[in-house]
Design a protein around this ligand. Structure first.
Ligand code: IMP
Ligand code: MG
Length: 183
C-alpha cells in the first residue's frame, strides 16, 4: 500500500483480502442461520464493526434471514494499541433488546472487556438470548472470561487494521484486513 508521505515504506500488509472476507462471510451467515434465531436483532458495536456488520447483514439477508439492526457505540479507552480496561457507552441503543434474540457483532475480540461489557448490558435489559460474532478472534489470553460464538477469522496478537478497523483513526477505509508492519 502507498503511504501518504512520498517515499514511506508500506505500513500495512494484507492478511485477509476483500475476496477472502466476502467468501468467509457467506459461510458465516449460513452458520448463524443454522441457529434458527427467532426475530434476530443484530447489535453492531461501533465504530470498528461498521463495515463487517454492513457486509454480514447482507450475507444474512442472502441466507434468508430478516434481522433488525441497531448500533452501540463503545469506547474502550484504547490509546493507540493497548487496552486500559474501562469501557464506556458513547452512544446507546435505540431499540430495546427485551425478549429479543440478539446477535452481538464486534470487530476484534482481544482482552474480552468490550464484548463482556456489551453482553452484560444487553442481558441486563432482558434479551432472550445473546450470541456473539466477531470478525477477528485474537488467540490471546483474555482479561475476562468470554468466547465468541461465531468468528470470521482467528489471528495472533498482531494489531489489525482496515475493513472498518483503525489505528489512531486511520485505515478504516481499506477494503481488506491488514496488519501493521511499521509505524
Ligand atoms: P477488548 O475489549 O480488549 O477485547 O478489545 C476489543 C476492542 O478493541 C475492539 O472492539 C476493537 O475496537 C479494539 N481492538 C482490539 N484489538 C484491535 C486491533 O488489533 N485493531 C483494531 N482494533 C482493535
Ligand atoms: Mg471495537
Amino acid at each position: 500500500m502507498t503511504g501518504h508521505h512520498a517515499g514511506e515504506r508500506p505500513a500495512v500488509e494484507v492478511i485477509y483480502s476483500a475476496e477472502s472476507i466476502a467468501e468467509r462471510l457467506e459461510a458465516l451467515a449460513q452458520e448463524i442461520k443454522a441457529r434458527n434465531l427467532e426475530r434476530p436483532l443484530v447489535v453492531a458495536v461501533l465504530k470498528g464493526s461498521f463495515v463487517f456488520a454492513a457486509d454480514l447483514l447482507r450475507a444474512l439477508y442472502r441466507s434468508g434471514l430478516e434481522p433488525e439492526v441497531d448500533f452501540l457505540t463503545l469506547s474502550s479507552y484504547r490509546k493507540s494499541r493497548t487496552s486500559s480496561g474501562a469501557v464506556e457507552i458513547l452512544r446507546d441503543l435505540d431499540l430495546s433488546p427485551e425478549g429479543r434474540n440478539v446477535l452481538l457483532v464486534d470487530d476484534v475480540l482481544d482482552s474480552g472487556r468490550t464484548l463482556v461489557f456489551a453482553k452484560d448490558l444487553i442481558s441486563a435489559r432482558g434479551a432472550a438470548s445473546i450470541l456473539t460474532c466477531v470478525l477477528i478472534d485474537k488467540k490471546v489470553p483474555r482479561a475476562v472470561d468470554v468466547a465468541a460464538d461465531f468468528s470470521a477469522f482467528e489471528s495472533d496478537d498482531a494489531f489489525v487494521v482496515g475493513y472498518g478497523m483503525d489505528v489512531a483513526h486511520r485505515y478504516r477505509e481499506l477494503p481488506f484486513v491488514g496488519r501493521m508492519t511499521k509505524e
